[in-house]
Every structure is written in C-alpha cells, then in structure tokens.
Design a protein. Structure first.
Length: 364
C-alpha cells in the first residue's frame, strides 16, 4: 500500500509538471509522447531508488545519486508549477488573465531555486554555539558536540565525512553525541564512513541512539556499524560519562515507544545519583515527560527543520518542537536541523548544522 501511494504521488507530480510545461511553453505540445513520458519517468525513478539497495556497484551508486537528486528537483519544479497555476487562477478570477507563456519563466525560477538549494546543501555544517546552565558539580565547562542526521550515503560522500571529522576534532569536545540517522546503505563505501567517524575524538567518549533510518537499513547491522565506528549504542539504556548520565532512547516512532515506557526508561537511568541527566532521543517528542523525570537536557534531530521550503511548515504540523532551543520547566530541548540532509543535496530555507553545547555553572 505504501509503495502504491508513493508511486501515485510521484507519478502525479511528474504528470502535472510535464502537462503544464507543455501547455504553457511555446513550441511544445501535450502530445502522446508527453502523456506517457511521466509513466516512464516514474518507473525509472523507482527502479533507480530500489535497485541500489539490492546491488552494490559503481553503476547502481550513480543510479542512487540520480534518483535522490531527481526527487528534490522534481519537488522544487512541482511547487514552482503550482505557484504559477495559482497565479494564473488569481488573475483569471479578477478579470485579467495572463496572456503570455509562463513556461519559460517557471523553468528559469525552478533552475534558480535548485541552484540556491544545492549551494546551501553543499556548505559545511554551520556551528551553532549554545550555553546551557548546569547546577551539577563537576560539569562546568563540559563541551558537547551533537551529530545528527548525517545520512552518510550516496549524496553525502566520504570526503564530506572526512571534512566533518576535522571540523569536530578541531573543537576538542568532551562528548560527541549522535542522535540517529547516521549511516545509509552504501555498500562498499560504508567502511570509509565508518573510518571517518572512528577518527572523531572526544575525551569522555562517543554515544549514540537509533533513528528511523537505522531501522530501515537493519537495526542489528547499524548497531554493529556504530560499534565499529567507536560509538557506544544506547538502546533504551543509560551510561555514565563523568558526572553526566546519558540516557539513550530507541527511535520513538520506529519502535513504537509510548509515553509511559518512555518515562520508565528515563527513571531507570536517572534515580541512582545526583549527576547531570542528558537524554538522547532522535524524534523530538515527549518533552513534557522528560521534564517530569529530572532530565536537564534533551537532544533530538529527525525534522531537518523541513530541509526544503515549504516542507518546514508541513513538518511543523507534525512536530511542535521543530527546530531550535525549547524549555519546559528546568528541562532544555535542542532540536537540530541536521548535520547534513536526507536524499537530494538540497536545502532551501534551512541549513546544515553542528550544535556545540557548553555547560556553564549557574551563577549563585
């Protein structure tokens, strides 16, 4: 059912884009070829998306890049066409129909949007510096780097992973915390990503939790990759790093964790001592439950801040805590827009981000 729905949505986007362009561009016509073209484009897209997960070689790697890139370009072109259709409707309703061809202008606008989006996606992650108050002795000055939603794979290359490693090591963090969606299924390129993450250094260690993509690629396989990369996986468990309890929750949506079980996991990790309580949860849900159970700081990702405008508004309908710093009682929640991006190398109205959090003792 999911595949059928996805197929129909992608087909509809192709059909609307091709039909409108042909009908609104000089020298083009909506002939038989144009009518069947969306079918072949959709079939090729799904083949290019699915085959690389079954066969790993240079050809399928290129196919995967093409499929992911085309998805983003298609979306940007589709929303540009929809905006043009809305404009045509408005002018028609007010009695001044547009008489010239909008097709070339839409193509140009989509090209500009795509170029801007690609340039933003290819930028190195911007460092977001945050200072969070701590009342726990022995935690003043602790520096934490949050890595989330790297989606190391077809469009996020090993060379970008290497640059990220240098960027993080230059910060000399005490902790590197991974909040899910780290590795994608990239076949023979996976060891390169693992080695780059392994080279990331933190005085108190590297810890991480699962995101939804760890489940898509096989949870056991991805947890093995975590370990190979020197990341201690926290699957509904707690570890102590210095004076900090790090509580790790499996991805809430993928593992079906309800609020009651969420609270039970937290309580099991925070009642034993007076340490600083830090919670890692890929999906930014249950802030109130975290606040009710002595969590000082919660780190999440998943939303990408929508990644491509106007998706941020749609994503915001699902997640109240979409991006940035939130506070509930004494609990702080930071939701990052992601170190990189998912799928197409496109970002519009959002950014690649590397949060650097410093704990600072409260003034007395």
């Amino acid at each position: 059912m999911f595949l059928f729905t996805a197929f129909m949505i992608v087909f509809m986007m192709h059909y609307v884009a091709v039909a409108w362009t042909c009908l609104n561009t000089p020298f083009l016509s909506f002939n038989l070829f144009a009518k069947i073209l969306p079918v072949f484009m959709t079939l090729f897209f799904f083949a290019a998306f699915i085959v690389p997960h079954q066969v790993h070689n240079d050809f399928t790697y290129i196919l995967q890049i093409m499929a992911q890139s085309w998805l983003g370009v298609l979306f940007l072109y589709f929303i540009t066409v929809m905006a043009a259709m809305l404009l045509q409707l408005i002018f028609k309703l007010i009695g001044h129909p547009i008489t010239f061809s909008l097709g070339p202008l839409v193509i140009l606008a989509a090209f500009v949007l795509t170029s801007v989006s690609v340039s933003r996606a290819l930028k190195e992650p911007e460092i977001t510096e945050l200072t969070i108050t701590t009342e726990t002795p022995g935690t003043d000055g602790i520096k934490i780097v949050q890595v989330s939603d790297t989606h190391f794979g077809a469009t996020v290359t090993p060379s970008r992973a290497a640059k990220l490693t240098k960027q993080i090591n230059a910060l000399e963090p005490d902790l590197i915390l991974f909040t899910g969606d780290i590795f994608e299924d990239t076949g023979r390129y996976t060891p390169l990503f693992v080695e780059n993450v392994k080279d990331m250094k933190a005085k108190l260690g590297k810890f991480g939790v699962t995101g939804n993509h760890e489940y898509y690629g096989g949870i056991m396989k991805n947890m093995d990759l975590f370990r190979e990369a020197g990341i201690t996986p926290l699957q509904n468990k707690t570890v102590q790093a210095g004076k900090i309890n790090i509580v790790g929750i499996n991805d809430i949506l993928s593992s079906g964790i309800k609020p009651q079980y969420f609270e039970e996991i937290i309580r099991a990790g925070t009642v034993s001592n007076n340490n600083y309580n830090l919670l890692l949860s890929h999906t930014p849900l249950y802030l109130e439950e975290a606040a009710n159970n002595k969590i000082d700081l919660m780190l999440s990702g998943h939303t990408h801040n929508g990644q491509i405008w106007p998706f941020k508004y749609l994503t915001g309908l699902r997640f109240k805590n979409l991006y940035g710093l939130y506070k509930k009682g004494k609990t702080n929640l930071y939701v990052t827009s992601g170190t990189f991006y998912w799928g197409p190398a496109l970002r519009l109205g959002t950014k690649n981000e590397l949060p650097v959090i410093t704990l600072k003792e409260a003034e007395k």
